[in-house]
Design a protein around this ligand. Structure first.
Ligand SMILES: Nc1nc2c(c(=O)[nH]1)N[C@H]1C(S)=C(S)[C@@H](COP(=O)(O)OP(=O)(O)OC[C@H]3O[C@@H](n4cnc5c(=O)[nH]c(N)nc54)[C@H](O)[C@@H]3O)O[C@H]1N2
Ligand SMILES: Nc1nc2c(c(=O)[nH]1)N[C@H]1C(S)=C(S)[C@@H](COP(=O)(O)OP(=O)(O)OC[C@H]3O[C@@H](n4cnc5c(=O)[nH]c(N)nc54)[C@H](O)[C@@H]3O)O[C@H]1N2
Ligand SMILES: [Mo]
Length: 797
C-alpha cells in the first residue's frame, strides 16, 4: 500500500466532500489482539507519550494532579462521579489525555492564520487541525483574502449584535451548546438567548443521551439517573448496556472492579468484547502493577446485535416471569402495588412476544437471556447502566423504558445499591440541561425566568440539532453561534451538514482549539477563543480567581477552579464571552421592545461568579444556598424524586411501558440483503479520541495501531462477501432519498462482532449517517445503526 494525494479524495466520489486523513495517516495499520488488561502499564505509558506530545510536560503533569481534587478542577474527560473527598488523585488515562491536550504548549496565532488560507485548512484532517494547539485571539473571516484576521473583542461583540439585531425573527438564529460549558456559562447563555427571544438550543445532548431523559421522564418522572456512586458499593448485580467504559468512562472501571472484587455480578451487553469490560488493572494498585495481576470485570458477557437490546431485556423479563411461575423469582410485589402501574399490560405484551422473535431481534439465544435472568433473580440490589449503544437508535426510548421496566419488576428503583444509571457523555452535559439549555423548555422554567427578570420569555419550542440543520438548509436560519463543540463534524450526513453551514450569514465559534466548524462557513465568521477548565480565570477589578461548577452523572454539583496560567493573555472565559455578546446584543434589541436592557447586570455577574450563582439559586430548583454549598469537598447532591420513590409522572406512579418491539430493527431489515454487501454499521469512539477531537491513531484495546480508517467485520461476512482481512473498502450508504453517500478507504479488520454488524469510528463515518434517520421522539441520529455496503476500494494502491 502506498499513500495517495489527499486533494484527490475530496471531490471525485459521489457523496464525498470531507478530506481523508493526510497521506501518512492512510498508511496500513498494525493490527494484533491486545493481550493485556485495560488500565495497567499500557495506560501509564500512553499518558507519558501524550503528555510529551503536548510539549508541556511539567505544567501538564502538575495540572493533572489537581484534576477532580477538592480544590482542583473538574476533569473535562467524562461525567462519571468522583470518589470520596479524601481519596488521592484518581488516575485516569483518558482524563490525563484530555488535560494534556488542553494544556499543550502549542499555539495557533495570527501568524498561523496569515500563513494558511481557509481553503487550505479545509484539506487538513481533524487531528492536524486541533494539534496546532490553543487558539490565542479573536479572529474574523476575511472573504477577500480567504483568511482569518484579528479582530478586537468589542468589535466582535458588536458584529454579532449587528447580525442578531438585523434578523426580523429571533428564531432565525441558532445557539448550539457542547456539554463542556460550565453551569455558570450555560445559565448566562440560556438567559441571554431567551431575552433575545428564542428557544433555539441545539445541543450535543440531542445526539447523545436525549432518549435517556425522554424515556426516564415518562417512566419515572425524572430525566436523570437515580443512583449515586455509593450505590455501586452495594449492588449485587450491575447490568452494563451499550457502553465502553474502559475508553469513555475509565474511572467507572475502578467502581466496577471494586464491585466485582467483592463478588457482585457484572453482566455486560455489547456486540464487541470491550477489553475494559473483561479485565482491568488499576494503575494505582501497587500489587496489581507489580505482579501483573488484574481484576476480571464481567461475570457474563453477551454480544447482542446492534439495536437488539430492547428485545434482549424483554427476553430477560420473559424468563423472569417463567422463573416466578417456577417459584424461583419473586417480583417486588409491595413496591409494584404501592408505586407503579401498567405491570399487567407489559406482561401481556411479553407473553405475546415469542422467543423466536426475541432471539431474532436481539441476536442472543433464549439460553443467554435466561442466564441473565438467573443473575437478576439472585440479586437483591440491581443497577443498570447504559450509554450510546442504547441511545443512538431509532427505538432508543423503547429500550430505555424496557430497562426501567426490568428494574421496576424487582423494586430496584429508590433503594440503596440499586437503580438506573445513564452514564453521561460530556463532563457537564447534565448540568447544562439543568441550567435550562433545552429547546423544549418546561413551563416552570419559563415562569421562573419571567418572574425573576420581569420580561416575557419565548415559550414556543426551538430547534434541536437535527432541526437546526433542516432550518439552515431551508434558509430559515442564518446566524449560528456555538458555545464550544464541533457542530459541523459531530452532526450526521457531513455532505448536507457542510452545505447547510455554508448558508450561514454569520458563524460564531467559541472554542479552545481549531476545528472544521471554523472552516465550513458562509459570509461572515468569528473564532472566539476561550479559557479551558484547567486555566485560572481571573475577573473583576481585583482580578480574583473564579470557580465554576459542574454536575456529574450522579447529580453531584461541585466546584472547579483552574490551576494553570491561560494559554494567551487575550483569552476570555466562556461566561465573559457570553456576557459580552449578551450586553452588546440586548442593548440593541430590547429597547425597541420597550424593555430596559439593564434588567440584567452582566458585568456585575462576570466580576464575581457568585453573583451568577445567586441567579441560579433564585431560578433553578435545588440550588438554594448555592455559593455556600458549592465549596463543600464533594459539592452537593441535587435531589432526585424517583430515588426517593416519588414519581412525578402523569399518574404519580412509576409507569411500566408496554410498547411493542420494533417490527424489525436494521440488522433484521438488512439480513435478506447481506449477500449484496449490506451490513449494519455502528459509529463509535477509538481509545485515542474525544468525540471529534483525535488525540492519535491508536485504539490500543482493540489492537489497532497507526490508523483510524478501519472497519471491524465478522469473519463470516468477510468470507461471504469475498473480502479478506487487510483489504481496503469504501463504505457506501444512502440518504433518505436513496442518494449515495461514500466514506472511502477503510482497512478491513476481521473481528469478534456479530454477523451482519460492523463498526468504524466517528466522525469519519458521519458522512453515512442519514440526517432523516433520527428518533421521532428524541431527534437523536441513529449513529449505532447505519446501513452500509462495502465496495472494494479503488483508492488505495
Ligand atoms: N476518552 C473519551 N471519553 C469520552 C468520550 C470520548 O470520545 N473519548 N466521549 C464522551 C461522550 S460525549 C459520550 S456520549 C460518552 C460515550 O461513551 P460510549 O457510549 O461508551 O461511547 P461509544 O464509543 O459510542 O461506544 C458505544 C458502545 O456501545 C456498544 N454498542 C453499539 N451499539 C450497540 C447496541 O446496539 N447494543 C449494545 N448493547 N451495545 C452497543 C459499542 O460496541 C461500544 O462499546 O463518552 C464520553 N467520554
Ligand atoms: N456518528 C456519530 N456521531 C456522533 C456520535 C457518535 O457516537 N457517532 N456521538 C455524538 C455525541 S454523544 C456527542 S456528545 C457529540 C459531540 O459533539 P460536540 O460536543 O460538538 O463535539 P466535541 O468533539 O466534543 O467538540 C470538540 C471541540 O470543542 C472545543 N472545546 C474543547 N474544550 C472546550 C471548552 O472548554 N470550551 C469551549 N468553548 N470549547 C471547547 C474545541 O475547540 C474542540 O475542537 O457528537 C455526536 N455525534
Ligand atoms: Mo455525548
Amino acid at each position: 500500500m502506498s499513500s495517495r494525494d489527499p486533494s484527490a479524495d475530496t471531490s471525485d466520489a459521489a457523496g464525498v466532500d470531507v478530506p481523508l486523513a493526510d497521506p501518512e495517516r492512510t498508511r496500513a495499520p498494525s493490527v494484533a489482539p491486545y493481550a493485556g488488561p485495560a488500565g495497567g502499564w499500557g495506560a501509564l505509558h500512553s499518558v507519558g507519550r501524550h503528555v510529551a506530545h503536548s510539549r508541556a510536560p511539567l505544567k501538564g503533569v502538575r495540572s493533572l494532579l489537581a484534576t477532580n481534587q477538592p480544590h482542583g478542577f473538574d476533569c473535562p474527560g467524562c461525567a462519571w462521579g468522583d470518589a470520596s473527598a479524601d481519596s488521592s488523585f484518581a488516575f485516569c488515562e483518558n482524563g490525563a489525555k484530555a488535560v494534556a491536550w488542553e494544556v499543550t504548549a502549542k499555539r495557533v496565532t495570527r501568524d498561523f492564520f496569515a500563513r494558511h488560507s481557509v481553503s487550505e485548512l479545509l484539506t487538513w484532517d481533524d487531528y492536524r487541525l486541533e494539534d496546532q494547539g490553543r487558539l490565542t485571539e479573536p479572529m474574523r473571516y476575511d472573504a477577500t483574502r480567504d483568511r482569518y484576521v484579528p479582530i478586537g473583542w468589542d468589535d466582535a461583540f458588536a458584529l454579532i449584535a449587528e447580525h442578531l439585531a438585523a434578523l426580523d425573527d429571533p428564531n432565525r438564529a441558532l445557539f448550539y451548546t457542547s456539554g463542556r460549558a460550565s453551569n455558570e456559562a450555560a445559565y448566562l447563555y440560556q438567559l441571554f438567548v431567551r431575552l433575545y427571544g428564542t428557544n433555539n438550543f441545539p445541543d450535543c445532548s440531542n445526539m447523545c443521551h436525549e432518549a435517556s431523559g425522554v424515556g426516564m421522564q415518562v417512566s419515572l418522572g425524572v430525566s436523570k439517573g437515580t443512583v449515586r456512586l455509593e450505590d455501586f458499593e452495594q449492588a449485587d448485580a450491575i447490568f452494563v448496556f451499550g457502553q465502553n467504559p474502559g475508553t469513555n468512562h475509565p474511572r467507572m472501571l475502578g467502581d466496577l472492579a471494586h464491585a466485582a472484587k467483592r463478588g457482585a455480578a457484572i453482566v455486560t451487553f455489547n456486540p464487541l468484547k470491550e477489553r475494559g469490560l473483561e479485565r482491568f488493572a488499576d494503575p494505582q494498585d501497587k500489587r496489581e502493577m507489580l505482579t501483573g495481576a488484574s481484576q476480571p470485570i464481567s461475570s457474563r458477557y453477551f454480544q447482542p446485535k446492534m439495536g437488539g437490546d430492547m428485545a434482549a431485556v424483554r427476553g430477560i423479563s420473559k424468563a423472569l416471569f417463567a422463573l416466578e411461575t417456577a417459584g424461583r423469582f419473586t417480583p417486588d410485589r409491595e413496591f409494584i402495588a404501592a408505586y407503579t402501574q401498567g405491570l399487567e399490560a407489559w406482561r401481556t405484551a411479553i407473553d405475546a412476544t415469542s422467543w423466536e422473535s426475541l432471539e431474532a431481534q436481539s441476536g442472543l439465544t433464549r439460553a443467554d437471556m435466561e442466564a441473565a435472568a438467573e443473575v437478576y433473580a439472585g440479586a437483591e440490589r440491581v443497577i443498570a447502566t447504559w450509554a450510546m449503544g442504547i441511545t443512538q437508535h431509532l427505538h432508543a426510548v423503547g429500550s430505555v423504558r424496557e430497562i426501567v421496566n426490568l428494574l421496576l419488576l424487582g423494586g430496584h428503583i429508590g433503594r440503596p445499591g440499586a437503580g438506573a444509571c445513564p452514564v453521561r457523555g460530556h463532563s457537564n452535559v447534565q448540568g447544562d440541561r439543568t441550567m435550562g439549555i433545552d429547546e423544549r423548555a418546561p413551563a416552570w422554567l419559563i415562569d421562573a425566568l419571567e418572574s425573576r427578570y420581569g420580561v416575557p420569555m419565548p415559550r414556543q419550542p426551538g430547534h434541536n440539532t437535527v432541526n437546526a440543520l433542516h432550518a439552515l438548509e431551508a434558509g430559515q436560519a442564518e446566524v449560528f453561534i456555538a458555545l464550544g463543540g464541533n457542530f459541523t463534524r459531530a452532526t450526521p450526513d457531513s455532505l448536507r451538514t457542510e452545505a447547510a453551514m455554508r448558508r450561514t450569514r454569520l458563524n460564531v465559534q467559541i472554542s479552545t482549539k481549531l476545528n472544521r466548524s471554523h472552516l465550513v462557513i458562509g459570509e461572515d465568521a468569528l473564532i472566539l477563543p476561550c479559557l479551558g477548565r484547567s486555566e485560572i480565570d481571573r475577573q473583576g477589578p481585583q482580578a480574583l480567581p473564579q470557580a465554576i461548577s459542574v454536575e456529574d452523572s450522579m447529580s453531584m454539583v461541585h466546584g472547579s477552579a483552574g490551576r494553570v496560567e491561560p494559554a494567551s493573555a487575550h483569552l476570555r472565559s466562556e461566561p465573559a464571552i457570553v456576557a459580552g455578546i449578551a450586553e452588546a446584543t440586548l442593548a440593541r434589541v430590547l429597547p425597541s421592545r420597550g424593555i430596559d436592557p439593564g434588567v440584567v447586570d452582566w458585568q456585575a455577574m462576570i466580576a464575581d461568579y457568585d453573583r451568577i450563582r445567586d441567579e441560579i439559586a433564585a431560578v433553578i430548583p435545588g440550588f438554594d444556598d448555592f455559593n455556600a454549598r458549592l465549596h463543600r469537598p464533594r459539592g452537593f447532591w441535587l435531589a432526585n424524586a424517583a430515588s426517593e420513590r416519588r414519581f412525578a409522572t402523569l399518574s404519580g406512579r412509576a409507569e411500566f411501558a408496554a410498547e411493542p418491539l420494533p417490527e424489525a430493527v436494521l440488522h433484521q431489515q438488512l439480513a435478506a440483503r447481506r449477500d449484496d454487501g449490506w451490513l449494519t454499521l455502528q459509529s463509535l469512539r477509538s481509545h485515542d479520541q474525544y468525540n471529534t477531537t483525535v488525540y492519535g491513531y491508536d485504539d490500543r484495546y482493540r489492537g489497532v495501531k497507526g490508523q483510524r480508517r478501519v472497519l471491524f467485520v465478522n469473519p463470516q461476512d468477510l468470507a461471504r462477501l469475498g473480502l479478506a482481512d487487510g483489504e481496503w473498502v469504501d463504505l457506501v450508504g444512502l440518504d433518505h432519498q436513496g442518494t449515495p453517500r461514500r466514506a472511502p478507504a477503510f482497512r478491513l479488520v476481521s473481528y469478534d462482532i456479530p454477523a451482519g454488524c460492523c463498526a468504524a469510528y466517528y466522525p469519519e463515518t458521519n458522512a453515512l449517517v442519514p440526517l432523516e434517520s433520527a428518533g421521532a421522539d428524541t431527534g437523536t441520529p441513529s449513529s449505532k445503526a447505519v446501513a452500509v455496503r462495502l465496495e472494494r476500494s479503488t483508492r488505495i494502491v
